[in-house]
Every structure is written in structure tokens, then in C-alpha cells.
Design a protein around this ligand. Sequence first.
Ligand SMILES: NC(=O)c1ccc[n+]([C@@H]2O[C@H](COP(=O)([O-])OP(=O)(O)OC[C@H]3O[C@@H](n4cnc5c(N)ncnc54)[C@H](OP(=O)(O)O)[C@@H]3O)[C@@H](O)[C@H]2O)c1
Length: 201
Amino acid sequence: MKILIIGGTGTIGKYLTSRFSKSGYDVFVAHRNSEEYPIDLESATSILKLFQKVGICDAIICVAGEARWADFEALTEEDFFIGLRSKLMGQVNVVKHGKDFLSDPSSSITLTTGILADHPVLQTTSAAMVNGGIHSFVKAVALELRTHCRVNVVSSGLVEDAYEKYKDYFPGHVPVSMDRIYSAYAQSVLGSSNGDVIKVY
Ligand SMILES: NC(=O)c1ccc[n+]([C@@H]2O[C@H](COP(=O)([O-])OP(=O)(O)OC[C@H]3O[C@@H](n4cnc5c(N)ncnc54)[C@H](OP(=O)(O)O)[C@@H]3O)[C@@H](O)[C@H]2O)c1
């Protein structure tokens, strides 16, 4: 099975890359600063170019995308557009173009959001909004693509490997183990879920 992981060098992405590779899958890693498989989620052209270079896959995972964190009062319209261009439209375009580079209807695209959609914390009006939008998008697009491919999204809490970096934003939050994170993506890639928001809180 050929799996393309966009953002495969990030905290979550590199763990998924290692686990899927160890399980014997043929993993291709793309990310913004990659020499071999560069992609910028903010550019639909760059997304299409990546799929053309990698070719037909059995699964596409996107664990990339940014949104600006700051107090609502401080966020400008342009700050909101960062999340809309990168994490929201970037992942919409991964589905729009990626669906044409999948092997058959059992193949999958798995997007990534996060707990902020349901349980926002301070300074996350943009990130929470974008995550919620992706959840609605996945439910709707899966209806239309069901004869073509499966589309799901994994929404997790703060992960173990990022806990030290972000713990002050999430007081009292129990970090999600990296093993549970892998299981959620494996459920989407290897199972039969479609249109699901797979929550790992
Ligand atoms: N960390 C958590 O606890 C957590 C929990 C829930 C959800 N999430 C979500 O999961 C996603 C990944 O989080 P992470 O903590 O693993 O992030 P990370 O460590 O910052 O890694 C981000 C990855 O995405 C790539 N990337 C960033 N912007 C890109 C762009 N515009 N185009 C293409 N690739 C881009 C980076 O590539 P370069 O290094 O080349 O820039 C890197 O490979 C994010 O959307 C985040 O909101 C994270």
C-alpha cells in the first residue's frame, strides 16, 4: 500500500511516518521545505504538482496546516485568512485534487483538525473556526465522493510529543498518547470509515 503523508516531518507526521513504514507500507513524505516532495498548502498549484509527482496512491494523509493564535481583539482579518488559506482551503484542495490520484473507492484521504473545534481555549477563535469548518466539509464531501474514495478527519487533543510546547494553553488536559494517534489514522486508512470525524480526546 502506497501512503502519502503531507506534513510527514512534523510532530504527528513523523510518528505516523515511522509507524506506517514499520508496518510495511510504502510511505512518501511531503512537506513545505522538502527537497524531494515540496508542497505549500496555501497554493492549489503546488498541491496538484505534488500529486502529479507522487502518482497514484492508496492513501493520502494531511497532517499540516496553520492558523494564527492570538486574542480575538488582536487578530486582524489577514490573520484569519492565514488559517483559511492554509489549514482550511489547503485541506479542501488536498481532497479536490487528491481524489484524482487514488487507486480505487476503498482508498482514503485523511485530514487533520483538533480538539479546539469542540473545546476551544483562549486565543483560538481562528483555529477553532477552521477546525469546525473542516469537520462540516468532510461530512458533506464524503456524500459526493462515496463512489470515488473515502474522506475522514482525525481530531485529537494535545499529543504527548507536543505536550511540553503547548501545555500552558491547555491546563488540566491529559495528553493523547502517540499510539492512540496512530490508531486513529490507521482506522481511517486501513478501515472502512467514510465521512467520519475521528475524535481522540
Ligand atoms: N501537536 C498537537 O498536539 C496537535 C493536536 C491536534 C491537532 N494538531 C494539528 O495537526 C497538524 C500538525 O501538527 P504538528 O504539531 O505535527 O505540527 P508541526 O510539528 O508544526 O509540523 C507541521 C508539518 O506540516 C508542514 N507544513 C506546515 N505548513 C505547511 C504548508 N503551508 N504547506 C505544507 N506543509 C506545511 C511542516 O513542514 P515544514 O517543516 O517543511 O514547514 C511539517 O512537516 C496541525 O494542523 C495541528 O493544528 C496538532
